[in-house]
Design a protein around this ligand. Structure first.
Ligand SMILES: C[S@@+](CC[C@H](N)C(=O)[O-])C[C@H]1O[C@@H](n2cnc3c(N)ncnc32)[C@H](O)[C@@H]1O
Length: 240
């Protein structure tokens, strides 16, 4: 079944932008609800894997309302959070003003497929639930690699595809039924949440991303499966 917010090719970015403009205000609440708060633990895991050293520059792509950006900054990184959705960034900036933290991320609007930074600018490049949303996830990964300094850590957190067939079919059923239902009840929009499954079907998830990372000759390529592979973190380093 087609989805109002999913279109391959040229239309993709405009549809995704419309989706996040629509749900920005309810995004954090729905995230907590849909994941029972677990997304916070997964994001903390991303930040631990980033092995932040004092003074590291970190770029958090598709930062949305800023969860990963804030967590990286709290651990001492100098963080730029980038997203193309102004309504999502507005929430992130509002959260910044409510923080007493010494370091707060710098939030900017931009396209993850065409990043406004010179090569080799960052020690850490993260993307949480973002790569799957790009018109070309390969292009996004290429950009992450371009901006990474030698030795930099690249981290991708996203929905996964479980290897176990029984778990996979239960999980996909959940995404097909429960996720849009909760979106409809709490956000007044089932299609925005049905989009998760549609986009996941068109994304190679953890194993495809890892394969591409190996093709790109990245070092220490790892897949960290969470919840039996329903979520996953891809980790790799740019060769020194
Ligand atoms: C599911 S949210 C993830 C937000 C945050 N990283 C998190 O984990 O909670 C996906 C974000 O990707 C952003 N996004 C999608 N395509 C993008 C692009 N081409 N360039 C920049 N941001 C993009 C959306 O605006 C949205 O804020």
């Amino acid at each position: 079944m087609s989805n109002a917010y999913y279109a391959p090719g040229d239309q993709r970015a405009a549809k995704v932008n419309a989706l996040f403009a629509r749900i920005a205000r309810r995004y954090d609440f729905l995230n907590d609800l849909q994941s029972f708060g677990l997304h916070r633990l997964w994001k903390r895991r991303v930040v631990r894997l980033a092995q932040i050293k004092s003074g590291d520059r970190a770029l958090d792509l598709c930062c949305g309302t800023g969860d990963i950006s804030f967590a990286l900054a709290a651990r001492g990184a100098e963080v730029t959070g980038l997203d193309f959705s102004e309504p999502m960034l507005e929430v992130a900036r509002q959260r910044s003003t409510q923080q007493a933290a010494v370091r707060t991320p710098h939030f900017i609007q931009g396209d993850a497929q065409q990043l406004p930074f010179p090569d080799a600018s960052f020690e850490i490049v993260t993307v949480g639930y973002g790569l799957r949303n790009l018109a070309s996830w390969q292009r996004g990964l290429d950009e992450m690699l371009r901006l990474a300094k030698p030795g930099a850590r690249l981290l991708v957190l996203d929905f996964g595809k479980p290897a176990n067939p029984l778990w996979s079919s239960l999980y996909f059923t959940h995404l097909a039924i429960a996720t849009p239902l909760l979106g409809k009840i709490f956000c007044g929009n089932a299609a925005a949440y049905a989009y998760v499954l549609e986009s996941l079907k068109n994304y190679p998830a953890q194993e495809g991303v890892a394969a591409r990372m190996r093709e790109l000759k990245l070092a220490d390529v790892r897949v960290i499966n969470l919840l039996g592979g329903a979520m996953a973190i891809n980790y790799a380093q740019k060769p020194a």
